[in-house]
Design a protein around this ligand. Structure first.
Ligand code: PEP
Ligand code: MN
Length: 265
């Protein structure tokens, strides 16, 4: 299999402009769940850049459980992301929800995110594989590791070697305390079986802002190649996932803690 360590002993390093994902560097992707306005996204980019993170996330097409919830700004959101990326130099990542939308998202965004709910949307995986862009593949909430790796195989087998894996939590026993169960054991398991970079998303993995920092640090200790973390200039006003978004202060503090923790490892 193309994802396996037998196929490739060297760690895959995905390079986007000056940013390197995998191969021993630790990368942080920060930004809001949804792009809400130019003002909100510029403020988010400032949080990310000032804290030393290098990749800016934002959702323009949102996979919401309810059709009545905010669905994202669509192409307008992508344009905002492109403009803010041009202004700040930050690399961008955003979700694409269907195969036919791949060219549109690829026109504005550096890294294509495949959401957890889409992990087995095979036509989408194939189109993303043909896009020429790095693909950030989130583990499905109910997907075993082998199915996660087979989903990555769909992208790789299109001739696209730039696949980044993301553990974002799996179906929990109940949702009283956390939104999902962050499977941190998946990190050393994946690092053993595949050469692809492994990123952890403790925001969706817990669903609770105050649990994000401890799990982010745990992910670094577990050997992850980086983190995806939701931030918001004003979480209370967020149009999606406000309860798990870190404020500017909390995100800045976490980034400082991660830097000192990295010094111990
Ligand atoms: C997101 O990143 O905002 C998102 C919807 O994540 P997931 O697909 O992991 O639920
Ligand atoms: Mn979200």
């Amino acid at each position: 299999k193309l994802a396996s360590r037998e196929f490739n002993r060297e760690d895959t390093v995905v390079r986007v402009r000056d940013v390197q994902i995998g191969g021993g560097t630790f990368v942080v992707m920060g930004g809001p769940c949804s792009v809400e306005s130019m003002e909100q996204f510029r403020a988010s980019a400032e949080i990310v850049k000032n804290s030393g993170a290098t990749i800016l996330r934002g959702g323009a097409f949102k996979p919401r459980t309810s059709p009545y919830s905010f669905q994202g700004l669509a192409e307008e959101g992508l344009k905002i992301m492109k403009q803010v990326s041009d202004e700040t130099g930050l690399v961008t990542i955003s979700e694409v929800m269907s195969g036919d939308m791949v060219p549109l998202v690829a026109k504005y965004i550096d890294i294509l995110q495949i959401g957890a709910r889409s992990m087995q949307n095979f036509p989408l995986l194939i189109e993303a594989g043909r896009s020429g862009k790095p693909v950030f593949l989130k583990r499905g909430p109910s997907a075993p590791i082998d199915e996660f790796l087979l989903a990555a195989e769909y992208v790789l087998s299109q001739g696209n070697p730039n696949v980044i894996l993301c553990e974002r939590g799996i179906v929990p026993l109940d949702r009283t305390y956390t939104r999902n169960t962050l499977d941190l054991a998946a990190v050393p398991v994946l690092k053993e079986y595949t050469h692809l970079p492994v990123i952890v998303d403790p925001s969706h993995g817990t669903g609770v802002a105050r649990y994000v920092a401890p799990m982010a640090k745990a992910a670094m200790v577990a050997g992850a190649d980086g983190l995806m973390i939701e931030t918001h200039p004003n979480p209370k006003e967020a149009l999606s996932d406000g309860s798990q978004a870190l404020t500017t202060d909390k995100f800045t503090k976490l980034m400082d803690e991660l830097r000192s923790l990295a010094g111990f490892l």
